[in-house]
Design a protein around this ligand. Structure first.
Ligand code: GAP
Length: 517
């Protein structure tokens, strides 16, 4: 656990040191739950968004894009259910006056039981060695079985309390499990109550509640209200999808774990409109497609898993998360939801406008069903950063070993694709040649020029930001127009012609390497 916390701290410190992510308004001691992306962070985040956009929109004939306004007519949020039901259960500790999400307190309790099971399994591995059968052990070991049953029963009670909106049952669960305030250790809790997560503001020219506006808590509603506009203007037939990337805002009770849970964040959402009755087929298909999207970046399968929801949101008839093994454990990275016809029907009712599709095959009008895929760009950023952060030993120039920190980012995501390094900065002919090469390469991809410090230290700086290639210009370059190209992962250095650099780099950073897998 300490090791894991250590990794998380290192990732956060690395992000700041190398210009990926800073605390927002840091000079004023920061604003909780908000972060700023630095020069390399914005490149990495843009690459993540480009990967999503290309694979969802460009690679699908029947998915089109949208960029809807953040502010929407306030009735939108009444219709969608957010005004009445977009709540988190809130509980205050009487010991520290700190606020917690009641469901998260219970989930953390369950995670501790899961850790105990894993400890039992580790003991089993030690005891039985090569003959160890993990599945059998989990099903038969007395303690492991007891823990698993306890977990299941707590999860079922939590799910029921949330589905029934029964805050009393949630409080009873916390008291029964003797959950203590992590800050003060107190077991004295207030009643659990619902807390609406939407931020509100006011239109300048209308006084009172009529002018009350909300900052959108999800991008999806901008898609629903534009369903007919897009379908008609783009002449789409079912099934078809609308994709959008944009900011969302939630007044999270506890915004923590760095960019995992923020109050202002960015979502990448796609609503796929289908014929009623076919939604489960599409739900399964999108689960598979989205998992492949993550795996194509080289994220190991064991760090990704599905988690089916026990408690369904008010609009869904099936829902699953893709969870990622963050430095603080498996947590939701993306949601795939079968949202039925709930949203379109609600908007029909509240707006008085029909939001239906005329099916020429059956000569009928109907409200389509919707399967949604929704992923946070910031959460994806954290998953990518923590998965790629590596400390390893590598051979040094003197035949010994050195430790390097390297971001093993997939080359399509790397903020800088290629560093151009003159061997010596005090040799004007090397510097001039390096700059000529740089000025050509920067038409094709983002490059960085660096002449400061010994070449080894410059390589380390590029490793730390995940640059896949370093090009070194030395005296041979002046003779024969060749350079050394160093591969970030293999550390191999080969000599190639200047005219070959762009194609070698382009092959590795091509979107073809990750799209259509
Ligand atoms: N339209 C459906 C929807 O918004 P959600 O599960 O509430 O579903 C979807 O959110 C995704 O948005 C999550 O899987 C997560 O990646 C991201 N997300 C949600 N709340 C977030 C927050 N406070 N900070 C960062 N990302 C968040």
């Amino acid at each position: 656990m300490a090791e894991v916390q250590d990794l998380f701290k290192k990732v956060i410190a690395h992000s700041k040191e190398y210009g990926f992510v800073y605390q927002s308004s840091e000079i004023y001691d920061g604003l909780a739950g908000t972060y700023d992306y630095g020069p390399l962070g914005v490149e990495l985040k843009n690459n993540i968004k480009t990967y999503w956009w290309k694979s969802m929109v460009q690679m699908h004939d029947n998915i089109v894009g949208l960029d809807a306004a953040i502010f929407m007519h306030p009735t939108t949020w009444k219709a969608s259910g957010h005004v009445d039901a977009f709540n988190d259960p809130l509980v205050d500790s009487k010991g520290s006056n700190k606020r917690y999400r009641a469901d998260v307190l219970v989930e953390e309790y369950v995670a501790k039981i899961e850790a105990k099971i894993n400890k039992q399994v580790k003991k089993g591995i030690k005891r039985f060695g090569e003959d160890f059968d993990e599945a059998k052990f989990r099903a038969t070991d007395g303690r492991a079985v007891q823990y698993a049953e306890k977990m299941k029963s707590i999860e079922a009670r939590l799910g029921k309390a949330l589905t029934d909106n029964d805050m009393g049952a949630l409080k009873d669960l916390i008291v029964e499990l003797e959950i203590a305030d992590p800050v003060s250790g107190s077991k004295e809790w207030t009643d659990v109550r619902q807390f609406n997560l939407m931020f509100s503001t006011q239109l300048g020219n209308i006084a009172g509640t009529e002018g009350k506006l909300y900052l959108r808590p999800e991008t999806a509603q901008g898609i629903f209200v534009n369903f007919l506009n897009v379908q008609k203007s783009m002449r789409q037939k079912l099934p078809f999808g609308i994709a959008q990337i944009g900011k969302a805002f939630r007044n999270e009770i506890i915004a923590r774990q760095f960019i995992f849970r923020m109050r202002e964040f960015e979502q990448m959402e796609m609503q796929f409109f289908v014929k009623p009755g076919t939604e489960m087929k599409w739900y399964e298909a999108w689960k598979e497609t989205r998992m492949k999207w993550h795996l194509a970046l080289g994220t190991p399968q064991e760090k990704l898993r599905f988690h089916d929801h026990d408690a369904l949101a008010h609009y869904a008839n099936a829902a699953a998360d893709i969870q990622f093994d963050f430095p603080f454990g498996f947590k939701e990275l993306e949601g795939i939801h079968s949202r039925t016809d709930f949203d379109l029907k609600q908007h029909e009712e509240f707006s008085g406008k029909k939001l239906q599709f005329f099916d020429p095959a059956t000569n009928e009008n109907y409200v389509p069903y919707v399967v949604e895929t929704s992923i946070g760009a910031d959460r994806m950023f954290l998953a990518i950063l923590s998965n790629s952060f590596t400390e390893e030993e590598v051979p040094n120039a003197k035949g010994g070993v050195a430790t390097r920190t390297v971001l093993k980012l997939h080359p399509v995501l790397a903020p800088i694709k290629c560093a151009v390094l003159p061997l010596l900065k005090n040799k004007p002919e090397l510097v001039a040649k390096a700059k000529t090469i740089l000025n050509q390469l920067k038409f094709d991809f983002p490059c960085q020029y660096d002449e400061k410090d010994a070449i080894g230290r410059r390589y380390r700086r590029q490793d730390a930001i995940g640059t896949p290639f370093c090009i070194t210009i030395d005296f041979d370059t002046l003779e024969d127009d060749t350079v050394t190209i160093r591969d970030r992962d293999t550390l191999e250095q080969t000599r190639i012609k200047i005219s070959e650099i762009a194609s070698v780099v382009k092959e590795k950073i091509s979107w073809r390497t990750v799209l259509g897998q």
